[in-house]
Write a protein that binds this ligand. Structure first.
Ligand SMILES: Nc1ncnc2c1ncn2[C@@H]1O[C@H](COP(=O)(O)OP(=O)(O)OP(=O)(O)O)[C@@H](O)[C@H]1O
Length: 275
Protein backbone atom coordinates (compact mmCIF):
# COMPACT_ATOMS: atom_id res chain seq x y z
CA UNK A 1 0.00 0.00 0.00
CA UNK A 2 1.29 3.53 -0.79
CA UNK A 3 2.38 5.88 1.94
CA UNK A 4 -0.04 8.53 3.12
CA UNK A 5 2.34 10.41 5.37
CA UNK A 6 5.90 10.78 4.17
CA UNK A 7 8.55 12.16 6.50
CA UNK A 8 11.77 12.39 4.56
CA UNK A 9 15.24 13.40 5.85
CA UNK A 10 13.80 15.60 8.59
CA UNK A 11 16.19 17.43 10.90
CA UNK A 12 15.35 20.16 13.38
CA UNK A 13 17.76 22.58 14.96
CA UNK A 14 16.63 25.27 17.39
CA UNK A 15 18.60 28.48 17.73
CA UNK A 16 18.87 29.38 21.38
CA UNK A 17 18.80 32.87 22.92
CA UNK A 18 22.53 32.71 23.78
CA UNK A 19 23.37 32.12 20.11
CA UNK A 20 24.09 28.40 20.43
CA UNK A 21 22.21 25.73 18.49
CA UNK A 22 20.34 22.65 19.63
CA UNK A 23 20.09 19.92 17.00
CA UNK A 24 17.08 17.99 18.30
CA UNK A 25 16.28 15.63 15.42
CA UNK A 26 18.21 14.39 12.41
CA UNK A 27 17.75 11.94 9.53
CA UNK A 28 14.12 11.15 10.33
CA UNK A 29 12.55 9.01 7.61
CA UNK A 30 9.11 7.55 8.19
CA UNK A 31 6.25 6.47 5.95
CA UNK A 32 2.75 5.88 7.27
CA UNK A 33 0.01 4.03 5.38
CA UNK A 34 -3.61 5.22 5.24
CA UNK A 35 -5.51 4.05 8.29
CA UNK A 36 -2.34 3.25 10.20
CA UNK A 37 -1.87 4.20 13.87
CA UNK A 38 1.74 5.00 14.73
CA UNK A 39 3.13 5.91 18.15
CA UNK A 40 6.32 7.84 18.91
CA UNK A 41 8.10 6.76 22.06
CA UNK A 42 11.36 7.93 23.61
CA UNK A 43 12.85 9.75 26.54
CA UNK A 44 11.69 13.14 27.72
CA UNK A 45 13.21 15.83 25.50
CA UNK A 46 14.15 13.50 22.63
CA UNK A 47 12.01 15.46 20.18
CA UNK A 48 8.70 13.57 19.94
CA UNK A 49 6.55 16.72 20.20
CA UNK A 50 8.92 18.56 17.89
CA UNK A 51 8.37 15.91 15.21
CA UNK A 52 4.59 15.98 15.75
CA UNK A 53 4.62 19.80 15.51
CA UNK A 54 6.50 19.58 12.20
CA UNK A 55 3.87 17.17 10.83
CA UNK A 56 1.16 19.52 12.13
CA UNK A 57 2.85 22.44 10.34
CA UNK A 58 3.27 24.30 13.64
CA UNK A 59 7.02 24.18 13.18
CA UNK A 60 9.30 23.90 10.14
CA UNK A 61 12.05 21.34 9.66
CA UNK A 62 15.60 22.67 9.26
CA UNK A 63 16.17 19.95 6.67
CA UNK A 64 13.87 17.51 4.87
CA UNK A 65 10.12 17.64 4.39
CA UNK A 66 6.76 16.16 5.33
CA UNK A 67 4.00 15.30 2.88
CA UNK A 68 0.47 14.27 3.79
CA UNK A 69 -1.61 12.76 1.03
CA UNK A 70 0.88 14.10 -1.51
CA UNK A 71 0.76 17.67 -0.16
CA UNK A 72 3.89 19.32 1.18
CA UNK A 73 3.32 20.55 4.75
CA UNK A 74 4.21 24.23 5.11
CA UNK A 75 1.68 25.43 7.68
CA UNK A 76 -1.11 24.13 9.97
CA UNK A 77 -4.33 23.01 8.27
CA UNK A 78 -7.67 21.49 9.11
CA UNK A 79 -6.60 18.29 7.35
CA UNK A 80 -4.36 17.63 10.42
CA UNK A 81 -6.04 17.98 13.79
CA UNK A 82 -4.05 17.95 16.99
CA UNK A 83 -5.22 16.78 20.42
CA UNK A 84 -3.10 18.00 23.34
CA UNK A 85 -2.72 16.69 26.87
CA UNK A 86 -4.18 19.91 28.32
CA UNK A 87 -7.43 19.74 26.22
CA UNK A 88 -7.14 23.37 24.92
CA UNK A 89 -10.89 24.02 25.16
CA UNK A 90 -12.44 27.47 25.24
CA UNK A 91 -13.71 27.71 28.85
CA UNK A 92 -16.65 30.03 28.13
CA UNK A 93 -18.16 27.69 25.54
CA UNK A 94 -20.19 24.51 26.14
CA UNK A 95 -19.02 21.12 24.88
CA UNK A 96 -21.35 21.55 21.90
CA UNK A 97 -20.08 25.06 21.10
CA UNK A 98 -16.42 24.03 21.38
CA UNK A 99 -17.02 21.41 18.70
CA UNK A 100 -19.36 23.68 16.70
CA UNK A 101 -16.72 26.42 16.51
CA UNK A 102 -14.36 24.10 14.60
CA UNK A 103 -17.12 22.54 12.47
CA UNK A 104 -18.65 25.91 11.48
CA UNK A 105 -15.24 27.29 10.52
CA UNK A 106 -14.02 24.31 8.50
CA UNK A 107 -17.29 22.95 7.10
CA UNK A 108 -18.88 26.16 5.88
CA UNK A 109 -19.81 24.39 2.63
CA UNK A 110 -22.20 22.06 4.50
CA UNK A 111 -25.76 23.07 5.37
CA UNK A 112 -26.68 24.11 8.91
CA UNK A 113 -28.62 20.85 9.32
CA UNK A 114 -25.67 18.74 8.18
CA UNK A 115 -23.30 20.54 10.54
CA UNK A 116 -25.75 20.11 13.41
CA UNK A 117 -26.01 16.37 12.69
CA UNK A 118 -22.24 16.05 12.50
CA UNK A 119 -21.70 17.76 15.87
CA UNK A 120 -24.42 15.65 17.52
CA UNK A 121 -23.06 12.43 15.99
CA UNK A 122 -19.44 13.12 17.03
CA UNK A 123 -20.35 14.11 20.59
CA UNK A 124 -22.43 10.94 20.84
CA UNK A 125 -19.56 8.87 19.43
CA UNK A 126 -17.25 10.04 22.25
CA UNK A 127 -19.94 9.37 24.87
CA UNK A 128 -20.95 12.96 25.63
CA UNK A 129 -24.58 12.91 24.52
CA UNK A 130 -25.80 13.94 27.98
CA UNK A 131 -23.20 16.64 28.61
CA UNK A 132 -23.40 18.75 25.47
CA UNK A 133 -24.49 21.91 27.31
CA UNK A 134 -21.84 21.72 30.01
CA UNK A 135 -18.87 24.07 30.03
CA UNK A 136 -15.32 22.78 30.57
CA UNK A 137 -15.36 23.79 34.29
CA UNK A 138 -18.36 21.47 34.77
CA UNK A 139 -16.62 18.52 33.08
CA UNK A 140 -14.13 15.98 34.45
CA UNK A 141 -10.68 15.64 32.86
CA UNK A 142 -11.82 12.59 30.90
CA UNK A 143 -14.91 14.43 29.63
CA UNK A 144 -12.82 17.44 28.60
CA UNK A 145 -10.55 15.16 26.61
CA UNK A 146 -13.64 13.61 24.98
CA UNK A 147 -14.69 17.11 23.85
CA UNK A 148 -11.17 17.75 22.49
CA UNK A 149 -11.32 14.44 20.63
CA UNK A 150 -14.80 15.21 19.27
CA UNK A 151 -13.61 18.62 18.08
CA UNK A 152 -10.71 16.99 16.24
CA UNK A 153 -12.74 14.12 14.77
CA UNK A 154 -15.80 16.17 13.78
CA UNK A 155 -14.04 17.94 10.97
CA UNK A 156 -12.86 14.61 9.54
CA UNK A 157 -9.14 15.34 9.37
CA UNK A 158 -6.91 13.31 7.07
CA UNK A 159 -4.55 12.85 9.97
CA UNK A 160 -5.12 12.84 13.73
CA UNK A 161 -2.15 14.02 15.80
CA UNK A 162 -2.19 13.18 19.49
CA UNK A 163 0.37 14.61 21.92
CA UNK A 164 0.17 12.55 25.12
CA UNK A 165 -3.61 12.81 24.94
CA UNK A 166 -4.32 10.84 28.11
CA UNK A 167 -1.30 11.98 30.15
CA UNK A 168 -3.38 14.05 32.58
CA UNK A 169 -6.03 11.40 33.31
CA UNK A 170 -6.42 8.87 36.11
CA UNK A 171 -5.66 5.23 35.29
CA UNK A 172 -9.25 4.02 34.84
CA UNK A 173 -10.43 6.99 32.74
CA UNK A 174 -7.27 6.69 30.71
CA UNK A 175 -7.84 3.00 30.06
CA UNK A 176 -11.48 3.57 29.03
CA UNK A 177 -10.56 6.40 26.67
CA UNK A 178 -7.69 4.43 25.13
CA UNK A 179 -10.09 1.58 24.32
CA UNK A 180 -12.70 3.96 22.93
CA UNK A 181 -10.13 5.75 20.78
CA UNK A 182 -8.96 2.39 19.45
CA UNK A 183 -12.54 1.49 18.43
CA UNK A 184 -13.16 4.92 16.87
CA UNK A 185 -9.91 4.91 14.88
CA UNK A 186 -10.43 1.33 13.75
CA UNK A 187 -14.08 1.78 12.74
CA UNK A 188 -13.38 5.03 10.86
CA UNK A 189 -10.04 4.03 9.30
CA UNK A 190 -8.33 7.03 10.87
CA UNK A 191 -4.63 7.63 10.26
CA UNK A 192 -3.01 8.79 13.48
CA UNK A 193 0.34 9.66 15.04
CA UNK A 194 0.50 9.67 18.83
CA UNK A 195 3.24 10.78 21.19
CA UNK A 196 3.21 8.78 24.39
CA UNK A 197 5.37 7.73 27.33
CA UNK A 198 3.09 4.81 28.09
CA UNK A 199 4.26 1.49 26.64
CA UNK A 200 0.90 -0.25 27.23
CA UNK A 201 -0.94 2.61 25.53
CA UNK A 202 1.41 2.43 22.54
CA UNK A 203 0.92 -1.33 22.24
CA UNK A 204 -2.87 -1.20 22.59
CA UNK A 205 -3.41 1.45 19.95
CA UNK A 206 -0.60 1.18 17.44
CA UNK A 207 0.17 -0.76 14.29
CA UNK A 208 3.76 0.36 14.75
CA UNK A 209 5.77 1.98 17.52
CA UNK A 210 8.64 4.27 16.51
CA UNK A 211 11.47 4.38 19.06
CA UNK A 212 13.37 7.66 19.08
CA UNK A 213 16.87 7.82 20.53
CA UNK A 214 17.93 10.59 22.89
CA UNK A 215 18.47 14.14 21.72
CA UNK A 216 20.69 15.91 20.66
CA UNK A 217 20.50 14.59 17.16
CA UNK A 218 17.79 12.02 17.88
CA UNK A 219 17.28 9.46 15.14
CA UNK A 220 14.90 6.51 14.82
CA UNK A 221 16.46 3.54 16.60
CA UNK A 222 13.90 0.93 15.56
CA UNK A 223 10.29 0.56 14.48
CA UNK A 224 8.34 -2.15 16.23
CA UNK A 225 5.38 -3.75 14.43
CA UNK A 226 2.46 -4.63 16.72
CA UNK A 227 0.71 -7.52 14.98
CA UNK A 228 -2.46 -7.98 17.09
CA UNK A 229 -5.70 -7.73 15.08
CA UNK A 230 -8.20 -4.94 15.79
CA UNK A 231 -10.33 -4.36 17.70
CA UNK A 232 -7.99 -5.39 20.48
CA UNK A 233 -9.14 -6.57 23.87
CA UNK A 234 -6.63 -5.18 26.38
CA UNK A 235 -6.85 -8.02 28.92
CA UNK A 236 -6.63 -10.80 26.30
CA UNK A 237 -3.81 -9.03 24.51
CA UNK A 238 -1.81 -8.52 27.70
CA UNK A 239 -2.09 -12.24 28.46
CA UNK A 240 -0.26 -13.25 25.28
CA UNK A 241 3.45 -14.07 25.36
CA UNK A 242 4.00 -11.98 22.23
CA UNK A 243 2.68 -8.95 24.11
CA UNK A 244 5.21 -9.52 26.88
CA UNK A 245 7.97 -9.84 24.32
CA UNK A 246 7.03 -6.52 22.65
CA UNK A 247 6.57 -4.82 26.01
CA UNK A 248 9.98 -6.02 27.10
CA UNK A 249 11.62 -4.73 23.92
CA UNK A 250 10.15 -1.26 24.41
CA UNK A 251 11.02 -1.12 28.12
CA UNK A 252 14.54 -2.32 27.39
CA UNK A 253 14.97 0.42 24.82
CA UNK A 254 13.72 3.10 27.24
CA UNK A 255 16.00 1.83 30.02
CA UNK A 256 19.00 1.80 27.67
CA UNK A 257 18.29 5.41 26.69
CA UNK A 258 17.97 6.28 30.40
CA UNK A 259 21.41 4.76 31.04
CA UNK A 260 22.92 6.65 28.10
CA UNK A 261 21.45 9.87 29.50
CA UNK A 262 22.84 9.14 32.94
CA UNK A 263 26.34 8.33 31.63
CA UNK A 264 26.35 11.48 29.49
CA UNK A 265 25.34 13.57 32.50
CA UNK A 266 28.29 12.13 34.48
CA UNK A 267 30.91 13.02 31.88
CA UNK A 268 32.64 16.11 33.22
CA UNK A 269 33.23 18.69 30.52
CA UNK A 270 36.82 20.05 30.67
CA UNK A 271 36.97 23.71 31.67
CA UNK A 272 38.30 26.08 28.95
CA UNK A 273 41.48 26.66 31.06
CA UNK A 274 42.20 22.90 31.05
CA UNK A 275 42.20 22.69 27.25
N1 LIG B 1 10.75 26.34 20.43
C1 LIG B 1 11.85 25.78 20.92
N2 LIG B 1 12.99 26.48 21.04
C2 LIG B 1 14.11 25.91 21.52
N3 LIG B 1 14.20 24.62 21.91
C3 LIG B 1 13.08 23.89 21.83
C4 LIG B 1 11.85 24.41 21.34
N4 LIG B 1 10.91 23.43 21.36
C5 LIG B 1 11.54 22.34 21.87
N5 LIG B 1 12.81 22.61 22.14
C6 LIG B 1 13.81 21.66 22.66
O1 LIG B 1 13.79 20.53 21.83
C7 LIG B 1 14.01 19.36 22.62
C8 LIG B 1 12.90 18.36 22.35
O2 LIG B 1 11.68 18.86 22.88
P1 LIG B 1 10.31 18.07 22.69
O3 LIG B 1 9.26 18.81 23.45
O4 LIG B 1 10.09 17.82 21.26
O5 LIG B 1 10.67 16.68 23.41
P2 LIG B 1 9.69 15.49 23.81
O6 LIG B 1 10.38 14.23 23.44
O7 LIG B 1 8.32 15.71 23.28
O8 LIG B 1 9.70 15.67 25.40
P3 LIG B 1 8.59 15.25 26.51
O9 LIG B 1 8.45 13.77 26.41
O10 LIG B 1 9.21 15.70 27.79
O11 LIG B 1 7.32 16.00 26.18
C9 LIG B 1 14.14 19.81 24.06
O12 LIG B 1 15.50 19.93 24.37
C10 LIG B 1 13.48 21.17 24.05
O13 LIG B 1 14.03 22.00 25.04
Amino acid sequence: MSSFVEIRGVAKEFKLANGSKNLVLKNIDLEIRPGEFVSLIGHSGCGKSTLLNIVAGLDKPTQGYVQVDGQLILRPGSDRMMVFQNYSLLPWLSAWDNVALAVNKVMRHKSKKERHQLIAHTLEMVGLKDAIHKKPTQLSGGMKQRVALARALAIKPKLLLLDEPFGALDALTRSNLQTELMYICNANNITAIMVTHDVDEALLLSNRVVMLKNSPGATIEQILAVPFPYPRRPVEMMDSSNYHHLHHQLMQFLHQQQQVKYIESQIVQPSPEAI
